[in-house]
Structures are given as structure tokens and as C-alpha cells.
Write a protein that binds this ligand. Structure first.
Ligand SMILES: [Zn+2]
Ligand SMILES: [Zn+2]
Length: 208
């Protein structure tokens, strides 16, 4: 295993085993260690090298996402940090078509619904919620995590039915939470209630 990695000590970045200045100037990303919570600065070129946390020494696993190649169908595992760098298919080298990247739940309203959901070029999960609904609160951490897990594959959004009643009425939302899946602007699936993550995920994966 490679150990020549950027290490962060009290905010100062020290690079070992490589040209220090070169490494400092490379594009890098910050990745939080799941063991101790320290933010580690990792040069993009070293994401593959199983970087170690500068504080606790634990291995940092940079987040990845799966992008299918439109040309040959190969499912490519891509580092999320590299999604903006025009990734190519590992097999046929065609550029991979990635959708706009969101790693957080996007709040949408009656006013922005068209642009955030209907004209989005890909799969959108939209949760209709209400602040007073306890079941909606149980979905919040699940959807936050899914927004991160599916970044670059699907967009996760939510809409407050009290603040945006027009859209809720247009989609016949009678109770919260209601999740509607959209593909290229078309409603393709609907889930009622605070369902477990597995069920949401099954429906989402079917659309990717
Ligand atoms: Zn750590
Ligand atoms: Zn390909």
C-alpha cells in the first residue's frame, strides 16, 4: 500500500515522498476522516492511493459514484471529486455523460419547480414535506445521506407543501411525506409515507 501522502498537522499540510511544491499546487480536495473527523487535504491525483488520515492514520475512502457509459454500457466507478474533470469511460474512453452534480438536498418551491425539477436532465427525487410532520423529520437524514451517495447520478430535492401549495396540488399530494420520482421531467413513480431507505433506493436505482 502506498503511504506517500499529504498529511495534515494542525492545519499545515506536509507532503512526503513527492516534490513538495508540485504537490502543493495540484488541485486537491478535502476529505473528512470517518474515524476522527479530521479534514484531510488530498491531491486529486492521489485519491486512488488509499490515503491515510494525517491525524489518526485511518484509511480515507474517497467517495465514488457509478456512471454508466452511454457508448459501451460499462459501469464506471468515478471519484466524486473528479466528476467535474470530464471523466472518460475506462473501457472505450468515450467521455462520460454526467448530470449536474448536487451532493445536498435542493430545496425547491412553486417558483423554482420548473427549473429545478421539470427541466433537469436526469432523475429527480422530490420529497413533499411539511415542517409540522414528524414522519418527514425521520426522512431528513436519509435523504441527506442519499443526496451525497447519489451525487452525479440523481438529484434529491424537497418542497414544503405549505409554502408551495400549487405544486403539491398539481401532483395530488394529499399527505406528507410523499416522494415523487421524475425522469426527464415526467412523473414516473410515487411513494407515500416515511418508507425505509431500502425502498426509496430500490425505486431510485431502477431509474438510473
Ligand atoms: Zn482520522
Ligand atoms: Zn464506454
Amino acid at each position: 500500500m502506498m503511504t506517500a501522502l499529504g498529511l495534515v498537522f494542525k492545519g499545515k499540510t506536509i507532503y512526503e515522498g513527492d516534490d513538495k511544491d508540485k504537490a502543493m499546487n495540484q488541485d486537491a480536495v478535502f476529505i473528512k476522516c470517518t474515524g476522527c473527523g479530521t479534514n484531510n487535504r488530498i491531491p486529486k491525483t492521489r485519491l486512488k492511493e488509499h490515503p491515510k488520515c494525517g491525524k489518526c492514520g485511518g484509511t480515507i475512502e474517497p467517495e465514488t459514484t457509478i456512471i454508466p457509459c452511454a457508448g459501451c454500457g460499462t459501469k464506471n466507478r468515478i471519484f466524486k471529486a473528479l466528476l467535474d474533470d470530464d471523466p472518460r469511460c475506462g473501457k472505450c474512453h468515450e467521455p462520460l455523460k454526467t448530470i449536474p452534480f448536487y451532493n445536498y438536498v435542493v430545496e425547491t418551491t412553486d417558483r423554482t419547480f420548473n427549473e429545478e425539477v421539470l427541466t433537469f436532465p436526469g432523475t429527480v427525487l422530490l420529497e413533499f414535506y411539511s415542517n409540522s410532520c414528524p414522519h418527514c423529520h425521520t426522512l431528513t437524514p436519509i435523504l441527506n445521506q442519499m443526496a451525497s451517495d447519489y451525487a452525479g447520478q440523481a438529484k434529491i430535492t424537497k418542497l414544503n407543501i405549505e409554502r408551495s401549495p400549487m405544486t403539491a396540488s398539481r401532483y395530488d399530494v394529499m399527505s406528507t411525506p410523499t416522494i415523487i420520482f421524475f425522469k426527464e421531467g415526467k412523473e414516473v413513480n410515487k411513494l407515500l409515507g416515511a418508507v425505509p431507505r431500502e425502498e426509496i433506493e430500490t425505486r431510485l436505482k431502477y431509474l438510473l
